[in-house]
Design a protein around this ligand. Sequence first.
Ligand SMILES: Cc1cc2nc3c(=O)[nH]c(=O)nc-3n(C[C@H](O)[C@H](O)[C@H](O)COP(=O)(O)OP(=O)(O)OC[C@H]3O[C@@H](n4cnc5c(N)ncnc54)[C@H](O)[C@@H]3O)c2cc1C
Length: 428
Amino acid sequence: MDHDVIVVGTRAGGAATAMLLARAGLRVLAVDRARFPSDTLSTHQVQVPGIARLSRWGLLDPIAAVTPAVPVVRLDAGPGAALEGRYPAVDGVGALYGPRRTVLDAALVDAARAAGAEVREGFAVEELTRDTEGRVTGIRGRRRGEGRGRGPSAGTALVAETARLVVGADGKRSTIADAVGATAYHVRQPATFACYTYWSGVDLPIGEIHVRPGLTVPAFPTNDGLTMIAIFAPLADFERFRADPAAGYLAALDRCGDLGDRVRDGVRAEPYRMAPDVPNGFRAAHGPGWALVGDSGVVMDPVAGQGISNAFRDADLLAAAIVEGLDHGGLDDALAGYQRRRDAAALPVYGMTRSFATLRVSLAQRLLIAAIADDPAESSRFLGVLAGAARYDDYLRPANVLGRLAGGVTRRLRRPVGKCVDQPAVLG
Ligand SMILES: Cc1cc2nc3c(=O)[nH]c(=O)nc-3n(C[C@H](O)[C@H](O)[C@H](O)COP(=O)(O)OP(=O)(O)OC[C@H]3O[C@@H](n4cnc5c(N)ncnc54)[C@H](O)[C@@H]3O)c2cc1C
């Protein structure tokens, strides 16, 4: 075998996996048809647990040097249901960051290379190779711009590479998952579409998440002094929306307090990007000679902004399983453990994400937000839940919700007359 592991795709899931495997001393080839730095169709809030992983991997400092930290966020679910608070710290990290994918993915690719992985950019995998028993043994692919077609290098041969394991980290429309016929489960219909762009000169000192019936709008600072603002709306409205994205986008922001006015004070820095392709589901994480990580294995609606953190988590889990399996024999058993751990970790996040993708906030949720808005510790705990640092289904257990509602009522009754606080507490 030429390599211990070949990783196909080198963004959030693939580059992180390649880096971790190379750091563990394995011979790793990682390929991507893209070149880096390059953008991809994705907003890029990395939730606090994902940032904590970047920090543990030693990658946060260079990213934080060019990307604003967002320790405070305002969650606004409409009149009377808004709170503002600090993200709780995870492993000592207490902020979300929203690095552009040009910054984040390039940092991961550099780290994989620095760890000793061979990273081949501009290389597209076309097929897998197998032994006589059907076990995957490697890939065939070619440099982009070469081979097939009528270009100057047409006719260039496919390059073959072999490995003990091929990891598909090639995204939600994974070639590797299709080639191995990975079983799909927990599949749910797409529910939303996204449209986002970047603005300069918008007054937005903290992160903001606005939720209205049929609409979710995250607004976060990012690199180069820009603000990323996305809208998530029902997929059923996409055809109408795409006829005039600028009008639809600004009309959506006008439903979010003064956000539309603040945006009109700024200047749009980039085109509108639209993403109507948002599948939801799991695929089997492994089989003979192959494994999947990132969106190729578990993909969920981007409305909750969990995909990158999920990919980092699964890279950690998969790399540990591969190292254990190759060191001690029993790779298939180790990968079965990876699938169990991945699914156990991903399912609660998937449940929360599906709930957000309905683009509905129940009366109970609005009352909950109103009840905890003047309690900084509880607001922070709730924001940690939204960030994926604690379980949403646990937090929304009726007993907990009733307790928070009762706490809110008690605090209001204890408040001295004349000290009515209508606005959410602003934390400094
Ligand atoms: C509109 C939108 C907004 C989002 N916003 C957020 C957010 O705010 N926060 C968040 O955490 N997540 C967000 N996500 C989700 C996030 O983009 C994904 O979860 C994340 O990119 C998954 O990383 P990945 O490495 O698995 O796959 P990808 O990032 O899709 O990378 C796959 C790579 O594989 C390569 N590849 C594919 N096929 C081949 C092949 N045959 N040969 C070689 N290379 C190949 C591609 O070139 C690509 O570079 C959003 C997604 C969308 C669509």
